[in-house]
Design a protein around this ligand. Structure first.
Ligand SMILES: NC(=O)c1ccc[n+]([C@@H]2O[C@H](COP(=O)([O-])OP(=O)(O)OC[C@H]3O[C@@H](n4cnc5c(N)ncnc54)[C@H](O)[C@@H]3O)[C@@H](O)[C@H]2O)c1
Length: 323
């Protein structure tokens, strides 16, 4: 059985460690907080609980490491783990600069190790359905994609709304369209903490001519977790706030009747919701990581997806700073 050392059991990490413990052998739990160490020592008596990441890496029987510590620590911890010959699952984003992510990908490639960023939404059955519809050409030519990720809170102080929230939507947009943007523009405001944007609007243009937009905010009355894909034959909305109707397909499209050449009309057909499996995305994500560890990293697709996301975040950040 694959032996995993898990680092970081905070707000989100507690979910990751639970799933790791359910799916494989949880050998080590690492957290710098002593209260959390005591809690996890009681919960997982078979695991070694410590504050020292280096001690876990020194254990030669550990195959892989899962990292769910605060974002600024990701790059250094992932690098140490890869250098110690461990496969790495690291929460999003694995690095805060494109060059750092390139270094991690190069390390993983050179050593034949898995480097998988935690792009949770790519494992969401609802978004998998949207991807299936896009890839099958069901929507016709895709013209644009836009994401809404808004709420009142959680207000973070070590990353802005672009890095905290945008990384989710960006990973989905780049995956759905399968291309990297040629243009990346962002505008935002830092009303609560100087230099940490609370509200960010992003615009992306792709080589195919398709465009995307993201509204990211922790200063908003609506709790929205939505992705809309506009095709020229059908349109689809993924809404993660819906309990049952996560995906809705609209048979709505522009139409140019032969009889009225040059004059566009619109047509509206059925609106329907395909059945979406109720599987937990985090479980599917960690299962995928363990499969990669067992079978090898292949073409390093996951690491390269992560690199494209960090690169786009870098460009959007530059645009935010330039104003
Ligand atoms: N995929 C998702 O949907 C999702 C959701 C929320 C957060 N996240 C990501 O999960 C990560 C953790 O977020 P969180 O909200 O759980 O943070 P958190 O601050 O609640 O928890 C972080 C934990 O890491 C520990 N820690 C800090 N430095 C450490 C180190 N060097 N070694 C070991 N432990 C260390 C802290 O003591 C704490 O227990 C972030 O990268 C965040 O972006 C992902």
């Amino acid at each position: 059985m694959i032996r995993v050392a898990h680092a970081g059991v905070g707000g989100w990490g507690k979910n990751v460690v639970r799933v790791v413990g359910e799916l494989t052998e949880l050998a080590w739990v690492i957290d710098t907080d002593e209260g959390r160490q005591a809690e996890y020592a009681a919960r997982y008596p078979q695991a070694t609980v410590t504050g020292s990441f280096a001690d876990a890496l020194a254990d030669e029987t550990v195959d892989a490491v899962a990292i769910a510590t605060p974002v600024p620590t990701h790059y250094a911890l992932a690098k140490q783990a890869l250098e110690a010959g461990k496969h790495v699952f690291v929460e999003k984003p694995p690095a805060m600069r494109g060059e750092e992510m390139e270094e991690l990908v190069a390390l993983a490639r050179a050593n034949g190790l898995v480097l998988m960023p935690g792009h949770l939404l790519l494992y969401h059955p609802g978004l998998r359905k949207v991807k299936e519809l896009v890839d099958a050409g069901e929507l016709g030519d895709v013209a644009c994609v836009y994401g809404n990720r808004q709420n009142l809170g959680v207000i973070r102080s070590n990353e802005n709304a672009l890095w905290s929230l945008g990384v989710h939507d960006l990973s989905v947009i780049l995956w759905l369209l399968g291309e990297e943007p040629t243009e990346a523009v962002a505008h935002g405001i830092d009303r609560l903490q100087k230099g940490i944007e609370d509200v960010v609007f992003c615009f992306l243009r792709f080589p195919s001519g398709r465009v995307a937009h993201m509204h990211l905010s922790w200063l908003d009355p609506h709790k929205m977790r939505k992705m809309t894909v506009v095709g020229l034959e059908k349109m689809v909305v993924f809404d993660d706030m819906e309990l049952e109707r996560k995906v809705t397909v609209y048979e709505k499209a522009p139409w140019e009747p032969a009889s009225t050449y040059g004059e566009w009309r619109t047509r509206t057909g059925d609106i329907f919701s395909p059945k979406i499996a109720n599987d937990e995305p985090l479980r599917l994500e960690i299962e995928h990581f363990l499969e990669l560890v067992a079978n090898g990293p292949g073409d390093h697709r996951e690491a390269l997806d992560g690199l494209r996301v960090v690169r786009a975040l870098d460009r959007l950040t530059e645009s935010l700073r330039v104003g």
